[in-house]
Design a protein around this ligand. Structure first.
Ligand SMILES: Nc1ncnc2c1ncn2[C@@H]1O[C@H](COP(=O)(O)OP(=O)(O)OP(=O)(O)O)[C@@H](O)[C@H]1O
Ligand SMILES: [Mg+2]
Length: 363
């Protein structure tokens, strides 16, 4: 609830007759079962939100959205364009089978101080029972240009456009990775599934990082990571060599950030190929398109990335353009075989900010 503009934890629970499942609840004395029913957020202590929209407001929003059309399908259900108060919103619908993914993604998006112009803006999470099954909704800002993957497939980019896209992804990732200390702070977060399909392109041709369902948070006081670790969770094609080889040190949070930087290098390569200089560009391709099959196994990837130590090809003609030369160097330093030798997101952000200023100067 909002009280004097500040949020209070919603303590009321739905009544027992309304609940026909078990509930995990600390805010009501007469409900003592210890399984979460996920049927009402106010019953869930881990979703008590210090910021963002109050839970009841989230629910009200979700219940007044009218779904318009399906815009995509992923591992965890469908993404729809919906209308809410005349505005487009994106609705990701999970089946109740995938409730853990839905819950986790909603939880991460509601991390204190996560909001940033280059991270997908979360609006609400809710569940809907249509009488036969329960749909789990995640409502976010809608970006009509779709994912960076869609965008690069559709057309080419200018040099300035390429630098803006690359800088915006680095800015979003630097924010995600950064710990902000203090009461109004945020924990460091690693994404773990960074790829062009999980980055959206906004109207102003900058990016927003999406799909935080696999992310992990670092508690720097206790030096712990907030969920049990399964290293091989992301998309195989974008997995860092240490993950493919199963030698990543998962007790060090830094390792997760370094693995994200490897994936970022591959995304930069996808962008740079589509950059048009003197009318020359390359067709869109996924990283390692020429050396692994379309749905590569871990073993396929390991052979190429770890054993043969192959990386995407950096064409000679990139040397003739300053921005492509810089971005080529950055990607190489991101996909280094040793995690410790990779650039940090903040470093990439700084390098690309300079490049962006230079390019603006030229224009
Ligand atoms: N907020 C959004 N605004 C506009 N389009 C979106 C939004 N979120 C997702 N999409 C579209 O829906 C598609 C499906 O998204 P989803 O995250 O479910 O799957 P994916 O990223 O393609 O694959 P994966 O399951 O491996 O993550 C995206 O590729 C994108 O085109
Ligand atoms: Mg996705």
């Amino acid at each position: 609830m909002l009280t004097n503009g500040r949020e209070e934890v919603v303590k009321s629970c739905v009544s027992l007759p309304e609940l026909n499942a078990q509930v995990f609840c600390h805010s009501s004395k007469n409900i003592t079962k210890t399984e979460c029913c996920y049927t009402d957020f106010c019953n869930n202590i881990t979703l008590r939100l210090p910021i963002g929209l109050p839970l009841l407001v989230q629910r009200t929003i979700a219940r007044t959205i009218v779904l318009q059309e399906i815009v995509g399908k992923g591992r965890f259900g469908e993404v729809w364009r919906g209308k809410w108060c005349g505005e487009d919103v994106a609705v990701k619908i999970f089946s109740s089978r995938d409730e853990r993914s839905w819950f986790r993604e909603a939880e991460i998006y509601q991390t204190v101080m996560l909001r940033h112009e280059n991270i997908l803006g979360f609006i609400a999470a809710d569940n809907k029972d249509n009488g036969t099954w329960t749909q789990l909704w995640l409502v976010s800002e809608y970006h009509e240009q779709g994912s960076l993957f869609d965008y690069l497939n559709r057309g080419t980019v200018t040099v300035a456009g390429m630098v803006r896209l690359a800088l915006s992804v680095a800015s979003g990732l630097a924010h995600l990775h950064m710990e902000i200390v203090g009461t109004q702070g945020k924990p460091a977060i690693a994404h773990r599934d960074l790829k062009s399909k999980n980055i959206l392109v906004k109207k102003n041709e900058s990016c927003a990082i999406a799909d935080l369902g696999l992310a992990v948070k670092h508690d720097s006081v206790l030096n712990t990571i907030d969920i049990p670790q399964n290293p091989r969770v992301g998309t195989r094609r974008y997995m860092a060599p240490e993950i493919l080889d199963d030698v990543m040190n998962m007790n060090i949070f830094e390792s997760f950030k370094r693995a994200d930087m490897y994936s970022l290098g591959l995304v930069y390569w996808e962008i740079a190929r589509r950059c048009s200089v003197g009318g020359i560009t390359e067709e869109y391709q996924l990283p390692y398109y020429d050396v692994v099959p379309s749905d590569p196994s871990i073993e396929d990837m390991r052979r190429v990335v770890c054993e043969q130590k192959l990386r995407p090809n950096i064409p000679n003609q990139w040397q003739s353009c300053e921005a492509l030369r810089v971005l080529g160097r950055v990607m190489r330093e991101c996909w280094h075989g040793s995690g410790a030798a990779r650039l940090t997101a903040l470093r990439v952000k700084k390098t690309l900010s300079q490049l962006c200023a230079q390019e603006d100067g030229k224009a």
